[in-house]
Design a binder for this molecule. Structure first.
Ligand code: IVH
Length: 679
């Protein structure tokens, strides 16, 4: 393919992928398989890297994000981001309707929308292209989180059609759907991190992450609910919501236009019960005047518009009896008390269990056996006990006490004084912990042995064939052929047994995992606090497992981003004979326990912090890759710690000034290439 064909193909692929993306993430009606989509994406990625500088500004390859740390610039909102007046009762809503009608007359309509529970965002489109995304901040100015927002697939990088305003800001809510939230917390728990309390917090946390490639993993989503431009196609909210759909923007299907307060109240009532059906959280309903001319007449106060009000749902609460308390041991060994309740209906679902989180919560509630308790479904998915009806309790009732020994393996539990949770210390003797480590080891981001899902590995575990990750590599087809397990599927019992093909695939999958690079093997071991990013850092720094195992605390903490907590955990892990044995066996099995040198790589920029600024002959991505390949670190803002700026043409003024202040040298592209021996 010659250059002009390649550029043509880049344009074609960009438009095609754009369309498939919209079909999938906005309409939920894909036209092609995931595999075909991935193939098109790979082709585009390849062409863009072969012809740097020809990637389009709305290229879907940006959706995967980048690994470079960013600092968020504060930018002013052209129109302040106000908040909404809240109400919790019908009367205040009626007062709002009266006030509005008194001021602008009876001839008006309202739009009722769901109040999505996430983080507000302003998206700026110039000539149809997404140029900037800004968080609410203090309402006057917010953080520029453009790179992170570009990874959210339902947000168009370019608008469709041609009748959008040249200058357009749309505002909406970024949120994390329940499914993504649950998946994320599962992984966080596995990695020994504190789980997020609710989807809103996790959306907020994700949006402020330093690396956009990590935001891309978080499966965020977004609904748009406001339009700002001098040139909007419609003079009503409903009209613009419809138009926005044509531009490829995701708006909710559930917004309605209504005239009377009764219609509004019916909408609220409907969604107060139906909200449990939604795959994301809402915390109320927003009622807005539909006609923009009337909005202008009504105006705003300093804090909120007079043309809108939000009705917040009360957190649902019901009373029921506490039957007993179970103690569950998680994959990390953390013990969680769970209350068994007399089944009760709450926000559309029957609740039988509620989390009690830890011992402190039980003590604070002063929970007693057989108590009548209040259960609420707040932002959290699992309901929680918020209070106890102390009047309803018998005097002789006995307090609920925390257990002292692990219900799974009988070991004495431990508790760190700074932490609320109790732990079972028997990592190698406690079944949920062993299985947890095995699940983690085979998971996609670790060894990616997908022929061996969680169900299958459990069958092999139950047959007593594996007790640690090294045992996997001793398995032979004959060992697992014919293994069986019964599953209870509702009333029915299903038997799954490993046939010839399945067994063969499992062994093949295990063998293939020997090609997985060192950083992922390290992550797969499941050392506490060593997530994928830390594992990558450690692998890059120590190059092989022997050097890592020999490293003392001082050496470990001298590595960027490695703190004392991680260092201690690494040392503790490798100091244990059982872990040393596993490493030895994995080495013998032929897993990659050292990094493979990239061709042309060197240490010439080792530990240098480099800022790239301006326009260059090579593409920025290429330069960034070169920096990493030669041991340097790409950083986004200039500080006294910056070693040099790789300065191209038209470098920004503010960076230049900062460079002067901190005496940071400027290096040209040519000098840089000489430095790393590329020219
Ligand atoms: S309209 C002038 N519509 O609620 C403010 N806001 O409490 C116009 N929110 O900051 C906002 N869903 O983050 C509007 N359908 C919706 C909304 C919504 C959620 C959030 C938004 C806003 C907050 C105000």
């Amino acid at each position: 393919m010659d250059k002009s064909d390649a550029i043509k193909r880049i344009n074609e692929l960009t438009a095609q992928l754009q369309r498939h993306n919209y079909n999938y993430y906005v309409l939920h009606q894909p036209e092609i398989s995931d595999y075909d989509y991935d193939m098109l994406m790979k082709e585009l990625q390849r062409l863009e890297s072969e012809y740097p500088g020809h990637a389009l500004p709305d290229s879907p390859t940006q959706r995967v994000g980048s690994d470079i740390d960013q600092s968020f610039e504060q930018v002013k909102h052209p129109t302040p981001m106000l908040s909404l007046d809240n109400t919790y009762n019908e009367q205040e809503l009626k007062d709002f309707d009266q006030r509005v009608k008194k001021e602008v007359g009876e001839e008006l309509s309202y739009v009722c929308e769901l109040k999505y529970d996430g983080v507000a965002i302003g998206l700026h489109y110039e000539n149809g292209l997404l140029t900037r995304a800004v968080t609410r901040g203090d309402g006057v100015q917010g953080d520029d989180v453009t790179e992170n927002v570009k990874t959210i697939r339902s947000i168009p990088l370019r608008l469709q059609g041609d009748d959008y305003p040249d200058q357009l800001e749309v505002r909406g809510e970024i949120f994390m759907p329940h499914k993504s939230f649950e998946r994320l917390n599962e992984v966080r728990q596995k990695e020994g991190k504190t789980p997020f309390a609710n989807p809103r917090n996790s959306a907020a946390g994700s949006l402020k992450m330093q690396k956009s490639s990590q935001v891309a993993q978080r499966s965020l989503d977004c609904f748009i609910y406001q339009f700002i431009s001098n040139d909007l196609p419609s003079d009503t909210q409903m009209g613009n919501l419809e138009k926005a759909k044509e531009w490829g923007i995701k708006v909710s299907e559930h917004s309605i236009k209504c005239k009377t307060i009764d219609e509004i109240l019916a909408f609220i009532e409907e969604w107060d019960t139906r909200r449990s059906e939604l795959p994301y959280d809402i915390d109320g309903v927003v009622v807005k005047v539909n006609e923009y001319a009337l909005r202008d007449e009504l105006g705003t106060t300093a804090k909120s518009p007079r043309w809108a009000i939000s009705y917040k749902f009360k957190a649902d609460s019901v009373k029921t009896r506490l039957k007993s308390v179970d103690f569950q041991v998680g994959r990390t060994g953390a013990v969680t008390p769970v209350a068994n309740l007399e089944p009760v209906l709450l926000a559309g679902t029957t609740v039988k269990r509620a989390s009690l989180h830890n011992e402190d919560i039980i003590k604070n509630l002063d929970l007693r056996e057989n108590d009548m308790v209040f259960v609420e479904k707040g932002g959290e998915i699992i309901p929680k006990i918020t209070d106890v009806d102390k009047e309803a309790r018998k005097e002789e009732s006995r307090p609920v006490t925390f257990i002292s020994h692990c219900p799974e393996c009988g070991s004495k539990l431990r508790k760190n004084p700074e932490e609320a949770a109790h732990y079972c210390p028997s990592e190698t003797g406690c079944p949920p912990q062993i299985k947890g480590r095995l699940h983690h080891f085979i998971s996609r981001k670790a060894m990616n042995i997908d022929s061996l899902g969680e169900g299958k590995i459990e069958v092999i575990y139950d047959a007593g064939l594996i007790r640690n990750v090294a045992d996997l590599y001793d398995l032979e087809k004959e060992d697992i052929l014919g293994l069986k397990k019964d599953y209870h599927d509702g009333e029915k019992v299903r038997t799954v047994s490993f046939q010839e093909k399945t067994s063969e695939n499992i062994i093949k999958g295990i063998q293939a995992s020997k090609e997985i690079p060192f950083e992922r093997v390290l992550y797969a071991l499941g050392v506490r606090f060593v997530g994928a990013t830390v594992a990558k850092k450690l692998a890059q720094e120590f190059k092989n497992i022997d050097l890592l195992m020999q490293a003392g605390k001082e050496t470990l903490v001298s590595v960027d981003e490695i703190g004392e907590r991680i260092a201690e955990s690494v040392i503790d892990y490798f100091s244990r004979p059982e872990h040393q044995k596993i490493v030895e066996r994995l080495k013998k099995a032929g897993l990659k326990l050292e990094v493979e040198q990239q061709e042309g790589a060197s240490d010439s920029l080792k530990d240098k912090r480099i800022v790239i600024s301006g326009v260059f002959e090579k593409s920025r991505d290429e330069l960034k890759q070169l920096v990493e390949m030669h041991g340097g670190r790409n950083v986004s803002s200039v500080s006294s710690k910056t070693d040099f700026i790789l300065a191209g043409e038209n470098m920004g003024d503010s960076k230049r000034k900062k460079a002067e202040t901190h005496s940071v040298p400027l290096i040209s592209e040519k000098e840089f290439l000489e430095m790393i021996g590329e020219e």
